[in-house]
Design a binder for this molecule. Sequence first.
Ligand code: GLN
Length: 537
Amino acid sequence: MKYLFVTGGVVSSLGKGLAAAALGTLLEHRGLKVVLQKFDPYLNVDPGTMSPFQHGEVYVLDDGAETDLDLGHYERFTSCNLSKLNNLTSGQVYESVIRKERHGDYLGATVQVIPHVTDEIKGRIRQVTNEMPADVLITEIGGTTGDIEGLPFLEALRQFQDEVGSENVAFIHVTLVPFIKAAGELKTKPTQQSVAKLREIGIAPKIIVCRAEHPVEADVRHKLSMFCNVPRENVIQFLDVEHSIYEAPLKLHEENFDGIVCRALGLETPEPDLSDWRATVERIIHPTHHTRIAVVGKYIELQDAYKSIYESLTHAGAANDCRVEIEKIDAEEIERDGAEAHLAGMDGILIPGGFGERGIEGKIAAARYAREQGIPYFGLCLGMQIATIEFARHVCGLEKANSVEFDPDTPDPVICLLEEQRDVTDKGASMRLGTWETRLAEGSRARELYGKASVNERHRHRYEFNDAYKARFREAGLLVSGTSPDGTLAEIVEIPDHPFFLAVQFHPEFQSRPRQPHALFRGFVAASLEQGQRRQA
Ligand code: GLN
């Protein structure tokens, strides 16, 4: 097995995760089996307890692990299916070390960062190597070189390289090469210094990936090669992609990134045939039609909070030969101005997952607008709970209907706490998480879109549809069209008498890939496209 370690230089938010994922795409196209993982130096055990404002989206895996959103890139760009092994945080490392210390496993030793913490980190790499065998393991180290909390990880990787032999390891440093306007040139000094930091701790990157806004010309590459002690051809550029992140593998291949990596690791592989990937990108960036879809949420100003949803809409757009223009609308603005002001002219309305009371009434108004105006509606997790509350209030006449999450004393708790959640007090990793089966009702829209009777989807919620209201909803026109296998948990609701009104308790956005768009997103975008055509007719 060969190991690639991807570090970041100069600033965060460089697109390191994207570079790692794109490299995964390229290596898979060279016929290699690839696994990706992320090390996050923060002390949270996982990002599940962090606010989206801190961290962006929490990406949920099949086994229920709540992970960094870069794992979303890894799954979308490769054929990997990742597990909780693939995201390691300092919090997990220390939790395990302290548990072992209390258990007496260290036999009287003084417990220290070196070797105990570093052993723990190396142990995880070995575990992934054993349990997820592959040709290449790509590990991205979160944060920026020079961060205090990143040091134990880098030290562990230095030791690891010694143990498995440097011919089996390559460090790739993804770094910012800033353009200074006044000088009219790209500057290499920050990168020189961040590579110097790595070399201080005994790590010599073999490849430098320059994130830059302008082409990195030969003289700049030459300088970087000299000062960072890497061969000239191993300094490559990674410019901002023009239209779509899915161009990244193509751009990096133009720089022979995959070729350099294979050479650095002594891997003999054929040149990749990227025609299928190129065709997918082509469909994404040059569609014939377009449609406008509103995403009504709470963390709208944040690029990353609904990352997988935006990506899934893009995939589904390409599948429908259409560009999805995403209008990001803050639910609180709907509360202020009314739904019509923000949603008139939209071809589809999507309400994503979320927690807490803020913006809830705005989302309910948006769902009502979609239902009453016949605009396609797609609710995800909280978006299903919102649709249910709205229907209860305005169709069934239960004016005070609510979720007990927002109003614990509501007379009509149409969304209530999951039975298994009643005694849960810890906030971390304690929701209903991960993949669960859903059985689909015959004749339902959900069944028609999926084209099968049973599906597995990923979950992350504490509250659920209250079955006591099921019959009443059915009579009024809201159908439960998907349930857990034992029939007790409602997983999907839909309004048959509507162009497209479908809401799910799970998160389909975690299973859409550019080459396998999710069936429900596809159906929703198709319905939105039709809605736009109807509107214009
Ligand atoms: N807050 C809701 C719940 O816990 C919805 C969760 C979500 O949208 N992920 O059930």
